[in-house]
Structure formats: structure tokens, C-alpha cells
Design a protein around this ligand. Structure first.
Ligand SMILES: Cc1ncc(COP(=O)(O)O)c(C=O)c1O
Ligand SMILES: [Zn+2]
Length: 416
């Protein structure tokens, strides 16, 4: 049995004493769950590393779930940490690794969160789980709710492309389209609906779900045989990944299982970079911005209200940084990651590679530093980001001559 402590406010220390109150009644901060780890020994680290269960659940003791029978798993976790030598040479980083989360069950990092979140939902007896999202979270919540035998409701803003919500529908979610801006009207309605219907909230305002991405830290410590990267770069929207990775590293360090932690880097699109702006201004909390359109749709978040301040603290404590990149830089990183490393990442995910390149050019990352870029979502989530010329789709006559002409034309088109 995992030993779960009470939910506690990280700002004012308040402990409401209920497992289903997620927000501090005094200061409105999202509460935090801490798990008792003192009983874990070094031998357990080795046992976990040898475990035949390769999902995040081999780290069961680190998650806020009391009974193994509550676990809702689709086999998430232990994604490959791939040495990307050719991509690394191209961007001047000799020890570049890619954490390939595109292969998670629903194609994005959200599965780390929702496996934990829906396990707790089942433990607490919820019948319906809800989320507001324009894509990855919707699909993931719907899949894990289906696996848990729980209904799911997904709220999306008007204008969301059908391709974004098809996956959630496929897992049986009820999808409700709302006429309004995502960060404001949709968010307001979502909050009201959670209160009205008593549904289980799967946003970053859920302290249990926020623990899931700690698994990045555990898996990286395992995969690199205890060697710790110098930098881990994470595409950042709400800030959960940065906050949770840092917490995971802190836990492993407090157990003496590792002796240092990486510098964490938040990678954002220039069109939606409130965490980068707050980091650069030295602010303790994030000032909301109105997110502009960006090719990195999955991280187009202007108001990381729940965990922004905790992500900022994690960046600073780790000695890391935050950087934003433009759409052309993101698309170039996506193309290089596909062509030189064989991984098709969605544009939001490729911001980590674009930021690695930018920090290397700026001399912040050194040529021999060990750098991990998290690739957090599959390219097939947003296939329209890949551009084709009309010509490529024009059929050729079925002759070798026409085939040769086409190969020549394509070669000319792609030779820089
Ligand atoms: C593909 C992708 N990458 C990264 C993120 C980052 O989220 P967070 O900052 O909450 O870890 C998200 C989610 O919003 C996402 O969909
Ligand atoms: Zn408080």
C-alpha cells in the first residue's frame, strides 16, 4: 500500500483534511499531495529497475494511490531515451537524447498524468471525469476513463478542428463545444460545471494527476544508469511537466538514489510564452497573456494559473532556464527530428529540440553537455503541420521515364 499524506497547500500550509477538496479554502492555491517515501531503501531502487512491469506503476510507492487494485493502466511509461547522434551533430550537441513520449498509449505525455489521475478517481469512487482541452488531454482522459469504467466529458472551444476531438470520441467521451475563448469563457464554464455536477476534475487543478509526470525523473535515472543529464528540456504549457519532474528528482535525491539533478528548461512558443516572460523578469508568479495562434497548438496556453508559479520555482531551483522559439524554428526542429532521428513529433513537442538548438547557439548549453529533449506528442496528432506541394500529389504516368522525371523534380525541390 502506498502511504498518502493529506493534501496540503504549498503556499499557506492549510490542510483541508478531505481527499476531494483540491483547492486551498484560504488562498485558492492548488493543493499538493506528498507521498511518504522514507521506508524505501536503495535495494528497492534496484528491484524497481529490474521489475518486469515496465509501466510507470513499477514506481507505485511514489504515486498517491493507496491500493494496487485501483491502478488504471494502459501500459504507459518507460518510453525510449534515444541517443540522437545525427540530430545532435546537426545542432552541435554531441550527447543529445530524445525521450520519445510520442509512443505513449494515446500519443502524448498526458497519459503519465491521467493514469495516476484516473486511478485515484476510481479509488475515490467518481463516476464521471471531466476535462477542458483542445486535444491531447481530451484524448488521454477519455481513454483512461474508458479503461477505468468511468464516463468522460470533454469541453472544447468553438473552432476546434474535428480532427482534434475525434480521438476522444473514439474512446467514448461526450464532447461539448463551447462558444468562447479557451483561457477565459471555457475555463469559467468548466469550473462551474465541475462544481455543479461534482465530476472528477482532470486539469492541473487536480493534485493527484499532477504527480504523474514525476515518472520522467524516475525513468531518466533508470535509463541512464544513474547518470544524470545536464539539461532536460520540456515543452511547456501549464507547467506540470517542469514542476513534477523537479519534484521527482528531489524525491530521488532525498532517498540518496541519485546525487544531483539536471537543470530544467521550459520550452515555449513565442506566441504563448508567459512562463518565459515571468522567468526573464524574475517574477515569482506568472502574468497571464493572451495566447496568439501558433503551430505549437498543444502548448498554446496564456494563463498557466494552477502550476505556473511552481514551475517557475522549479526552473530556478534547478539552475535551469526558459526560452521561447518562433513557428519557423519549431517547424524546422520538427523536420530535423523526423529526418535525422526518425521520430515524428507534433510541433509543440519539437519546441524542445528548437530550444536546445537556440541555447546551444547562445552558448548556454555546451557542446559536450548531456541534453534530453522531451518529445511529448505524436506528429499524427496534427498532420496538417507537414506541408506538401501541390505537385507531390499530382499523379505521374505509370512509366519509368515519368518516375525518373518526378524523382529529379523532387530532388531539385529539396536540395537547399
Ligand atoms: C504535446 C504537449 N507537450 C507538452 C505539454 C505541456 O504541458 P505541461 O507544461 O503541463 O507539462 C502539453 C500539454 O499541454 C502537450 O500537449
Ligand atoms: Zn493556501
Amino acid at each position: 500500500m502506498g502511504t498518502v499524506s493529506k493534501l496540503r497547500c504549498p503556499k499557506c500550509g492549510c490542510e483541508p483534511g478531505s481527499r476531494t477538496v483540491f483547492q486551498c479554502p484560504k488562498c485558492r492555491s492548488v493543493l499538493e499531495v506528498n507521498v511518504e517515501l522514507r521506508h524505501l531503501t536503495r535495494a528497492e531502487f534496484e528491484a524497481i529497475r529490474q521489475s518486469r512491469d515496465r509501466s510507470i506503476w513499477r514506481w507505485f510507492d511514489f504515486f498517491p494511490v493507496e491500493h494496487r487494485s485501483s491502478i488504471v493502466s494502459l501500459g504507459e511509461g518507460d518510453t525510449p531515451l534515444i541517443r540522437a547522434a545525427r540530430l545532435g551533430e546537426k545542432i552541435g550537441i554531441h550527447n543529445l537524447y530524445l525521450k520519445n513520449d510520442t509512443i505513449l498509449p494515446t500519443g502524448s505525455l498526458k497519459d503519465r498524468s491521467n493514469s495516476v489521475g484516473l486511478s485515484v478517481a476510481r479509488e475515490l469512487g467518481f463516476k464521471t471525469a471531466a476535462v477542458m482541452s483542445t486535444g491531447n488531454a481530451a484524448a488521454s482522459v477519455a481513454a483512461y476513463a474508458a479503461a477505468a469504467g468511468i464516463e468522460s466529458v470533454v469541453m472544447v472551444p468553438k473552432g476546434t478542428a474535428p480532427s482534434k476531438i475525434i480521438q476522444a470520441r473514439a474512446y467514448g467521451a461526450t464532447v461539448v463545444v463551447v462558444d468562447g475563448n479557451f483561457d477565459y469563457e471555457v475555463a469559467k464554464l468548466y469550473k462551474a460545471a465541475i462544481q455543479e455536477f461534482g465530476w472528477y476534475d482532470c486539469l492541473s487543478s487536480n493534485p493527484y494527476r499532477d504527480e504523474g509526470k514525476k515518472s520522467y525523473a524516475y525513468e531518466m535515472a533508470d535509463r541512464l544508469d544513474g547518470r544524470i543529464p545536464d539539461w532536460v528540456i520540456h515543452p511547456t504549457a501549464g507547467g506540470t511537466g517542469i514542476y513534477a519532474m523537479w519534484k521527482g528528482y528531489r524525491e530521488l535525491r532525498s532517498l540518496g538514489w541519485i546525487d544531483r539533478a539536471p537543470k530544467l528548461v521550459a520550452a515555449q512558443s513565442e506566441a504563448a510564452a508567459p512562463i518565459v516572460a515571468a522567468f526573464e523578469k524574475g517574477l515569482a508568479d506568472v502574468e497571464p497573456v493572451t495566447a496568439r495562434e501558433t503551430i505549437a497548438e498543444s502548448i498554446q496556453v496564456g494563463n498557466p494559473v494552477s502550476l505556473g508559479w511552481r514551475a517557475l520555482a522549479a526552473l530556478r531551483e534547478s539552475g535551469g532556464t526558459a526560452a521561447a522559439v518562433s513557428d519557423p524554428e519549431i517547424l524546422q526542429a520538427q523536420a530535423l527530428t523526423g529526418k535525422l532521428a526518425g521520430i515524428f513529433a507534433e510541433p509543440a513537442a519539437a519546441t524542445s529540440v528548437a530550444v536546445a538548438k537556440k541555447l546551444r547557439v547562445a552558448g548556454i548549453i555546451g557542446p559536450d553537455d548531456v541534453v534530453v529533449c522531451n518529445l511529448t506528442g505524436h506528429g499524427l496528432k496534427q498532420p496538417e503541420a507537414i506541408r506538401f506541394s501541390e505537385k507531390e500529389f499530382t499523379p505521374i504516368a505509370p512509366t519509368l521515364g515519368a518516375f525518373r522525371d518526378r524523382l529529379k523534380a523532387v530532388e531539385e525541390q529539396f536540395t537547399p
